[in-house]
Structures are given as C-alpha cells and as structure tokens.
Design a protein around this ligand. Sequence first.
Ligand code: F6P
Length: 319
Amino acid sequence: MKRIGILTSGGDAPGMNAAIRAVTKTAIHHGIEVFGIRYGFAGLVAGDFVPLTEADVDHTINHGGTFLYSARFPEFEQKEVQEKGAAQLRKHGIETVIVIGGDGSYHGALALTRLGINSVGLPGTIDNDIPYTDYTIGYDSACRTGMDAIDKIRDTASSHHRVFIVNVMGRECGDIAMRVGLASGADAIAIPERPYNIKEIAETLKRGFANGKDNGIVVVAEGVMNANDFKNELLKYGDFDARANILGHMQRGGAPTVVDRVNATKMGNYAVKLLLNGKGGLAVGIENGKLSTHDILDLFDGKHQSDYALLNINDEMTK
Ligand code: F6P
C-alpha cells in the first residue's frame, strides 16, 4: 500500500480533525502518502483530492469542524456513482480509504471495499448512535457544549423562577440528552427510546418550586419533539413561567474535548494499521474502553446500546 485517502462525511463533529491528523501522521510514519478527499463522497466522485503533509495537519487537533469539509451525498448509494468514485481513486493511485462519519458513511466505505478499495470506517458524529461502539467522535464535545449552555440558561431561569425546556440534538438517539441532562442537573430528561410522562414531569417541577427551588430544567432530545411543543404540553399541567430553547447546531461546533481528541487519535492510528495489514470493510469502535473492529455489514443489523442507567439515576433523584 502506497497511498491512503481520507474523507469526512455527513454532519461534522469536533474531533474529526484530530482523526485526520492521526491518520496522516501515522501513515507518513509508515512511508505511506495521504490524500485528503474534500467534501466527503461528493468530492470523491469529483476527484477533489489534496495531498496531506505533516505541516497540513499541524495545529488542527484543537479545532472543531473538519478542514476537509463534509457533505451529505445520498447519490453515492447508486452503483454507477460508486464506480465513478472508485475510478477516481485508481486514477490517483489511492488503494485504500478511511471514512470518518455517521451511519451513511459506512455504506460508502463498504461499497468501496466491494469495488476493491479496502476501506475502514471511523464513527464520527455527535449523536453517539452507531452500533458496536460506546462512543463516537464528537459526542463528548457536544455534551460539554450542551452542559455549558444549560449552566448559562439556568442562571437566567433562576433569576426569573422560570422553567426552561431545552432541546438537544441526537436524531433518534437519546444519549446526548441523558448525559447532558445528568451533567447539568436537569429536573427531567425525555428521550425517544423510553416512555416519558409530561404530567409527572410537571409534578416534579411543581414539587421543586414548592420545596424552594427557583428554576426548572427539562432536557428534551430532538427525537422526542420540538421544545416549543413540549412546553405547550407541559403548560396543560401547570401554570409555569416557561421558555423553550433549541440548542441546535452550536452543539456541533467548538474545540474538541480531551476525550474526543484522544479517542479520535487512537482510532485514526488504529485504522491505518488495519489497512497496513490488508484489512478492509471494517468499522472501528471503542467498547468497554478498548479499540474494537466489526464487519461493517454487522453494523447494518446492529443497534447502538445506550446506557439507560443515566436516565434511571436521574429519575431516581428527581421523581
Ligand atoms: O447527525 C448530526 C446532527 O447534528 C443531528 O444531531 C441533527 O439531527 C442533524 O445532524 C442536523 O442535520 P443538518 O446539519 O443537516 O441540519
């Protein structure tokens, strides 16, 4: 193997640059050239390739976003589009690819492997919704940002004795909501994977105010419902001075945390070694604190295992 390509796909996530850096520096250490593929699979098909040197990845580990840019490109599901991408790689002498991204990215990595370009997927999404990994690159930073935002929201909530309903991202996965909710001391957390009872949440908030609390925080995963709608439902069960706040894309930005930088670096380094050993069609993860690999095919049947203990702990402390 002489050349590796690397791309980021889907929604950007803090730590993606750290993974690109690790791949680049590890590959160069082993005498392999690295090509950055810009704009994800769209750039792959367009042949938007840039050689990456150690200088190019210097001072990137601490930056959010992805300096290779990203794109959602559903066209890559089509066989003829995949073949165009593989042809671009062959034209540039690139024999292997590392894909950093969410769900859709793995389909692309598998398609390339089947076309003879060994490819490895790294979990890069704030949502933490990928099967066979306890952790995705960007999840920790997004939780940190969510927690910081709620700390600030609580200052104003307290000053006015208000209830805030805060929407966090995560698509259909409640991991961000559970972790941010627990870390920010929320009165209630609602996630899509578990039943919740708005009347009960209203009772919890009322009890809090009756016991001398001066604010209420409810963290609602975006997969449950919009914070405004949740607020309107809540007001049916209590006369709260309530506000809704949708954190939105701010959760995708900012400097990656230590956890994201270190895990992204470990996974990027490991992915290069897998390719050096002639492996492809694999998804890298971190399970029980250790690097792991699974066939990408297994991911399509698998389901991410969330740590619902976080929700149970919060319920036990607040209900
Ligand atoms: O998958 C990451 C994510 O930020 C989700 O949490 C969110 O639902 C979605 O992407 C937003 O997508 P877009 O950036 O296309 O609006």
